[in-house]
Design a protein around this ligand. Structure first.
Ligand code: GLN
Length: 279
């Protein structure tokens, strides 16, 4: 029979980093990391050891830790995530923070601002906004039924209300208007070498094909009937796409167009406001 410490050392030898090794073992034993460290010499049951070895092999083959443990922390929420949805990234917290600034600033006087998260996946953006700003009326869409099921389950578990709609971008909310539109759409270009490292996540959540900007083009092109004058549109995008997204928003007549950087310093989100007179 092995010990916890020996199992962790074996995972490290497989190439797993120490934190991942601890999180996987902690997940199987339903114990926090601190407990594992204090119980280094405890015996590990053969059955757990076998399950641990299987999880470590999957992690070593590139499967995201979030899928293996079934959850990921995002903007202070613990979200359940499985292979039907993109793993929420810390980069996307930049978009949520910007949305919350607008809700606390220009939209502060609005008693019940209507917010939409287009292509919600796990529900990360929609639910983080709803938690931090309960007066918002939040809508979240996805064209994937499996993603919407995951997002709905997260909302129910966290006790956060949102209106979930199935459909491709704006088709999901025909005739509805919003004060703040948010999206982290697929934006990786078809031939981008990064895709090779992301094979475990849903391809349709990562790339729209082509130059990577098709989904953003569709969202911008279809936004006008859904955004009243003064409404805001904020989009996450790739590190080298800020100029292209700014140009699209400017061409569509948005004002106050600006880009925000993520914690790694990459230009990550671009947005603007619909002026009173629109074209
Ligand atoms: N930020 C993700 C990545 O580069 C991509 C997410 C997306 O396409 N929306 O891994």
């Amino acid at each position: 029979m092995s010990t916890l410490g020996a199992a962790l050392a074996q995972a490290h030898a497989l190439g797993l980093d120490r934190l991942d090794a601890q999180l996987l073992l902690g997940h199987l034993l339903a114990r926090p990391r601190g407990w594992l460290i204090a119980h280094d010499g405890d015996p590990l049951a053969a059955e757990i050891e076998a399950r641990y070895a299987a999880l470590c092999a999957r992690r070593a083959a590139g499967e995201p830790l979030a899928y293996l443990v079934g959850e990921r922390e995002f903007h202070g929420l613990t979200l359940q995530v499985g292979p039907a949805v993109l793993v929420p990234r810390p980069d996307t917290e930049t978009l949520v923070d910007w949305a919350l600034e607008i809700l606390a600033g220009p939209l502060a006087g609005h008693a019940a601002p209507r917010v939409i998260d287009l292509g919600t996946g796990s529900g990360a953006i929609a639910l983080a906004v709803k938690r931090a700003c309960p007066r918002c009326l939040v809508t979240a869409t996805d064209r994937s039924g499996a993603a919407l099921d995951q997002a709905r389950a997260n909302a129910a578990r966290l006790g956060l209300a949102a209106d979930f709609r199935a459909g491709d971008w704006w088709q999901a909310v025909d005739g509805q208007v919003f004060d703040l539109v948010l999206s982290n759409p697929p934006y990786i270009a078809a031939g981008d070498p990064h895709l090779a490292a992301l094979v475990h996540e849903p391809l349709q959540a990562l790339t729209p094909g082509g130059d990577g900007l098709d989904a953003i083009r569709r969202i911008v092109a279809g936004a006008a009937p859904h955004l009243p004058p003064g409404g805001w549109l904020l989009l996450e995008h790739g590190w080298d796409q800020a100029d292209a997204v700014q140009a699209q928003l400017q061409a569509a007549g948005y004002s106050a167009v600006q880009t925000r950087r993520d914690l790694a310093g990459q230009a990550r989100c671009t947005g603007g406001q619909r002026p009173a007179a629109v074209r």
